[in-house]
Design a binder for this molecule. Structure first.
Ligand code: ZN
Length: 247
């Protein structure tokens, strides 16, 4: 079984279609999604529809809560709040219902689990090895996929210590990562639609439990078109320019 793991698509249709084409070439059996399908970008309906039709399992992210009235928008920065309200107005009734119905992580699946922020708190940003070490008691499975930070890589936990897993280097498109028995892993595929690890390319991962391998992937996409649409929609300009920086 080969899983395509997507996270943080953020209504970026150009990034999603580029990832989709590359993933079709790579080959996969099932698609899984770690949330934040919508929010920030200009194509929430297209992205929601795509994920609805193709993903075997999708858990909710904080942006699914924000655009369906399930989160207090005072906790969001002004650009995120504006985008959440804009998204709420754009979603068709059918897509809004689907977004509101997405389950909260962690969600177990075939010996691994999916979470948006962390298995202990769906809204937590897991950014440091110290935070990863604190989670050891919460990890019900040896492999947990996480998103939310928009930083590709994650953490390897071995003998109660966490080590950072680095993203795909700038000059490469693929990084194969072997999983070792006796270690636990928090694997972040990175963000499809709004990377924040200094690399503007769309990010995702493939997971093959049978051979205990994660393949981290990156692909360039039409950033300019995504930016043009964000500006044409009247969304905050920061949401457009940050795409070309990967920040
Ligand atoms: Zn996100």
């Amino acid at each position: 079984m080969r899983y395509l793991i997507l996270s943080d698509i953020h209504a970026n249709w150009e990034a999603l279609t580029a990832v989709w084409m590359a993933a079709e070439r790579d080959g996969f059996d099932q698609c899984l999604c770690l949330g934040d399908v919508v929010g920030y970008g200009a194509n929430p309906n297209e992205c929601a529809q795509w994920v609805r039709e193709r993903a075997r399992l999708v858990i909710r992210g904080n942006h699914e809560k924000a655009c369906t009235g399930m989160a207090d928008l005072e906790d969001y920065n002004p650009a995120a709040e504006t985008a959440a309200l804009w998204t709420r107005n754009q979603l068709t009734a059918e897509n809004a219902q689907w977004v509101a119905s997405l389950p909260q992580g962690p969600a177990p699946l075939d010996g691994f689990q999916l979470a948006h922020g962390s298995p202990a708190d769906e809204d937590e940003y897991l950014t440091t090895p110290y935070q990863a070490e604190e989670l050891i008691g919460f990890l019900a499975e040896p492999v947990t996929f996480i998103g939310h930070t928009h930083v590709q890589g994650g953490f390897r936990l071995f003998r109660n210590r966490a080590a950072v897993i680095e993203p795909v280097p700038a000059k490469r498109q693929t990084l194969e990562y072997e999983l070792h028995p006796g270690s636990m892993y928090l694997i972040n595929p990175g963000a499809v639609g709004q990377p924040r690890d200094g690399d503007s390319r769309a990010a995702w991962a493939l997971f093959e439990p049978g051979c205990q391998r994660v393949t981290y992937r990156r692909v360039t996409y039409d950033v300019e078109s995504a930016q043009r649409k964000i500006r044409a929609a009247g969304l905050p300009d920061v949401l457009a320019w940050r795409l070309s920086l990967g920040k």
